[in-house]
Ligand binder design. Structure first.
Ligand SMILES: C[S@@+](CC[C@H](N)C(=O)[O-])C[C@H]1O[C@@H](n2cnc3c(N)ncnc32)[C@H](O)[C@@H]1O
Length: 221
C-alpha cells in the first residue's frame, strides 16, 4: 500500500526532479556551495545531533549536513520535501549513508513531534509557498525545534542593489511565480515577524537579493 500524499498549494518540483541538479547551479551562478556554507556553519556546535532540512529537494545540502554530523554519536539528519520524485533522487544520492533519512511530507504540517530537532536548515524553499503557508511552515519549524535552538533559512529577499533587483525580478518574470514577488516585497520577512519566532536576524547577504536568515527559538512548547 502506497503512502498517502498530503496536498499542498506549494510549487512542488516532481516535473524537474531528473534535471534539478543540472539546472540549480546555473540559476545560482555556480555559487550554490558558497551560499549554503552558513547552513553548514550553523551546525558546528557538537551538541547538535538532529537536524531537519525543510524543502530539501534532491538532498544535496542534507547529505553535506549528514557528513558534517557523522562523527557525532546518534546523529540524524532528516530531509523532507513534498515532491516524491525529488525525494527518490535524494535517496539514490545518499545510498549507503546511515545517519540521514528522507521523508515525503509538507512543510505546513510536519510529521514530527514537537521539539524533535537540535537544528534546522532550509534553502530556496520559501519562495515556493504563498504567504499564508510561509507563516504556517515557520510555525511548524518553530514547533519541531528544541527550545534555545536556531534555524537557518536562505531565500530570495528584498533586493538591495540594481544587480539584485534584476536577478530577483527576472526570476519572477521567468517563472511567473507570485511567491517570488512576495519575497521581493518583504513578505518572507513579515511572515518571520508574525510567526512564533517573532523575528529574524540577517546574518549574510548574497548577490543583492538572497538573504541568510537566522531564527531563534527562545522558549515555548
Ligand atoms: C527550489 S527547491 C529547493 C530545494 C533545495 N532545498 C535546494 O536548495 O536545492 C524548492 C523545493 O520545495 C519543495 N516544496 C514545495 N512546496 C512544498 C511544501 N509545501 N512542503 C515541502 N516542500 C515543498 C519543492 O518540491 C522543491 O523541492
Amino acid at each position: 500500500m502506497g503512502q498517502e500524499l498530503k496536498r499542498t498549494s506549494g510549487r512542488t518540483l516532481d516535473h524537474v526532479a531528473h534535471v534539478y541538479d543540472l539546472l540549480s547551479p546555473l540559476m545560482l551562478f555556480g555559487l550554490e556551495a558558497r551560499m549554503s556554507r552558513p547552513c553548514l556553519g550553523s551546525l558546528e556546535d557538537p551538541s547538535i545531533r538532529s537536524v531537519l532540512d525543510m524543502g530539501c529537494g534532491t538532498g544535496t545540502l542534507t547529505i553535506e549536513a549528514a557528513e558534517k554530523l557523522s562523527g557525532r554519536p546518534g546523529s540524524l539528519v532528516v530531509g523532507m520535501d513534498a515532491a516524491p520524485k525529488m525525494i527518490d533522487v535524494a535517496r539514490r544520492k545518499a545510498a549507503g549513508m546511515n545517519n540521514l533519512r528522507f521523508d515525503v511530507g509538507i512543510a505546513e504540517e510536519l510529521p514530527y513531534p514537537r521539539q524533535s530537532f537540535d537544528g534546522a536548515i532550509s534553502t530556496f524553499f520559501f519562495h515556493h509557498i504563498e504567504r499564508a503557508l510561509k507563516e504556517k511552515a515557520l510555525n511548524e519549524l518553530w514547533r519541531v525545534l528544541k527550545n534555545g535552538r536556531s534555524a537557518l533559512v536562505i531565500d530570495v529577499d528584498v533586493p538591495t542593489n540594481i544587480f539584485g533587483k534584476i536577478c530577483a525580478w527576472s526570476g519572477y518574470y521567468l517563472f511567473q511565480q507570485d511567491e517570488i514577488r512576495e519575497n521581493i516585497h518583504g513578505e518572507l520577512r513579515a511572515s518571520m515577524e508574525a510567526s512564533l519566532f517573532r523575528g529574524y536576524e540577517i546574518v549574510r547577504r548574497h548577490q543583492g537579493y538572497i538573504s541568510v536568515f537566522k531564527l531563534n527559538k527562545q522558549g515555548g512548547m
